[in-house]
Design a protein around this ligand. Structure first.
Ligand SMILES: NC(=O)C1=CN([C@@H]2O[C@H](COP(=O)(O)OP(=O)(O)OC[C@H]3O[C@@H](n4cnc5c(N)ncnc54)[C@H](OP(=O)(O)O)[C@@H]3O)[C@@H](O)[C@H]2O)[C@@H](O)CC1
Ligand SMILES: Nc1ncnc2c1ncn2[C@@H]1O[C@H](COP(=O)(O)OP(=O)(O)O)[C@@H](O)[C@H]1O
Ligand SMILES: [K+]
Length: 524
């Protein structure tokens, strides 16, 4: 299991750890790890051109110390000092090792202003060009363009708001450069606590994060911009509180996934009921049943009107189909969990069917039209057995009266608020899927692929997560494990090309096989 923390949580833990150590210890540990990752990325360190983008805080300090190490190994390291000051000891270390710095002081930014070095003349002498615009800024840009590796030490957990100039321009220049970017702690421009980006941001090949993962590295767009994440252990572990978010690793997803044993039979493995589809939307029923069957339930019972029932029967002979004349599930047989909503319609018939499903005493997953019906009457959700709802941002917007854009900009906060307000487990779909339940760390999932953004894949997910509920997982675990499997199946189905929702359902066994193949000790 991965855990991640907000900037405030990290700061508090760092303060406690720092109090036990000589000054500078943590930064040295951070920089050692950072330099090692940078060196491993270069075909050879000796003779490589490394550019450090250095902001005014300790994030820049990490970069400067790592730059000093790389200089010692023969790299040609240039620090571009973007702030009105730079970490003094870090800059001294870089220059002493033989690195260069091109930069400025605050004064240097005023038109025609001369540099007024704040690091002491001994440090900022002939090696340090003044970035007063014009030639010096061009020099920095040229260095970025020609670099073999760029290290982003502009801002870390101390950032606030959108990147200001010249940081924003440097982030854009790094984005245009051919060299890979290694972000220090978080990609600058990404909010380390939420993953949100306003304005320019660094796109990293690798993010070397210090002490613990930050939440913003696991939530899009931050997760995508962070690239691969390398965690440097600086000894923070004992000082960390309960995490802000968690994410399943392959090993932990495999640990959650039920598997049959010698004593299993189809009933003990879990029977899932699917109440989905309508004369108008027949495909949703077929897809939800496909997801449920392929995610390991012992049996799937489908209940719906004649037309979708006929299609489910034709596509999935394994499913036990009940054609409903009336919106009633009493005759369907015993199930351990229900999925209700995909393609159901929003008329009186659908509402009554939803009401009857929610009146049972088993866990219920509510999706799609089921959520549109609930939006008109949230009292439908009042029950004692668990409820997992699986909205996308538009459905959650209807459910809570919040603007869709606001939900998309802050999925963690809105999923949590909805879970608290509605008293249910909320799986909010998107490029990062969020599973929130009041009083516990929120689960995030990033196993998917943008190819999943196509009609019907959500119907498959409802079947998958419902199948896991029927197999005995709690609502939160079923949501997290379901999203993990669905994302992995999406990647397998896509393999770099468009996928169909039916293809995702069919790729589920391959996804489960892939999970099972990895060694138990592996964390990835
Ligand atoms: N603490 C520890 O033990 C350890 C910490 N470590 C490292 O320290 C990092 C945190 O360092 P930090 O606290 O100095 O903040 P940091 O992220 O460098 O930047 C803050 C400065 O940036 C500026 N600035 C802010 N927003 C801006 C914007 N939008 N656009 C432009 N500029 C902006 C602002 O400067 P100002 O504008 O005030 O000059 C502000 O003061 C952490 O991420 C990790 O890498 C590791 O070494 C391990 C041990
Ligand atoms: N950009 C994306 N990256 C990764 N996954 C995505 C992206 N966009 C959508 N998805 C996933 O695709 C599925 C779409 O579900 P949904 O919006 O309910 O579609 P539908 O209603 O057509 O079935 C969800 O699992 C969602 O997380
Ligand atoms: K950074």
């Amino acid at each position: 299991m991965f855990t991640a923390y907000t900037a405030d949580q990290i700061r508090t833990a760092e303060r406690a750890l720092m109090a036990t150590l000589p000054e500078g210890t943590l930064m040295r540990r951070a920089a050692t790890g950072l330099a090692a990752v940078c060196a491993a990325l270069l075909p050879r360190v000796y003779g490589s051109r490394v550019v450090l983008l250095v902001g005014s805080g300790d994030n820049g300090g990490d970069a400067l110390y790592a730059g000093a190490t790389l200089t010692g190994r023969g790299a040609a390291v240039t620090a571009v000092l973007a702030g009105s000051r730079a970490h003094e000891a870090g800059l001294a270390a870089l220059l002493a090792a033989g690195g260069r710095a091109t930069g400025h002081s605050a004064a240097a930014f005023s038109p025609g202003g001369a540099a007024a070095p704040r690091h002491g003349d001994a440090l900022v002498t002939h090696e340090t060009a003044v970035w007063g615009g014009g030639g010096d800024a061009d020099e920095a840009r040229r260095a970025v363009e020609r670099a073999d590796l760029i290290v982003d030490g502009l801002v870390g957990i101390g950032a606030s708001g959108a990147l200001r100039e010249p940081y924003a321009g440097l982030a854009e220049a790094a984005g245009r450069a051919a060299a890979p970017v290694v972000a220090v702690d978080v990609p600058s421009g990404v909010d380390s606590s939420t993953g949100r980006v306003e304005g320019a941001a660094i796109r990293a090949a690798v993010t070397v994060t210090m002490g613990a993962r930050k939440t913003g590295l696991l939530v899009d767009p931050g997760a995508t911009l962070a690239g691969r994440i390398e965690l440097v252990d600086i000894g923070l572990g004992p000082y960390l509180p309960d995490p802000d978010v968690t994410a399943l690793t392959r090993a932990s997803a495999r640990g959650l996934l039920p598997r049959p044993a010698a004593e299993s039979d189809k009933y003990r493995r879990g029977v899932v009921g699917v109440a989905a589809g309508s004369d108008h939307y027949t495909g949703a029923a077929v897809l939800a049943v496909g997801g449920a069957l392929n995610a390991g339930a012992g049996m799937v019972r489908y209940a719906g009107p004649a037309r979708p029932a006929g299609q489910v029967r034709a596509r999935w002979p394994e499913a036990v189909v009940t054609e409903l004349d009336a919106p009633d599930v009493d005759a369907v047989g015993r199930v351990q969990a229900w999925v209700v909503g995909p393609g159901l319609g929003t008329g009186e018939w659908a509402r009554e069917l939803l009401r009857r499903v929610l009146a049972t005493d088993v866990p219920v997953l509510v999706d799609a039209d089921g959520l549109n019906l609930v939006a008109r009457d949230v009292s439908l959700l009042r029950r004692t057995a668990p409820v997992l709802i699986t909205p996308h941002a538009g459905e959650l917007a209807r459910l809570t009266g919040t603007a869709r854009g606001a939900i998309e900009a802050a999925p963690l906060a809105h999923a949590r608020a909805a879970a608290a307000e509605l008293g249910v487990t909320v799986l909010l779909k998107g490029s990062t899927t969020v599973v929130a339940e009041e009083g516990t760390p929120t689960w995030v999932n990033g196993t998917g692929t943008p190819w999943l953004a196509t009609g019907g894949t959500g119907d498959v997910l409802s079947g998958v997560a419902g199948s896991l509920l029927a197999q005995g997982l709690g609502a939160r675990e079923a949501g997290a494990c379901g999203a993990y499997l669905h994302g992995l199946a999406g990647r397998i189905a896509a393999a770099g090309a468009p996928l169909t929702a039916a293809g995702v359902a069919e790729a589920l066994p391959a996804a489960i096989r892939e999970l099972n193949e990895i060694p138990a000790a592996s964390q990835r």
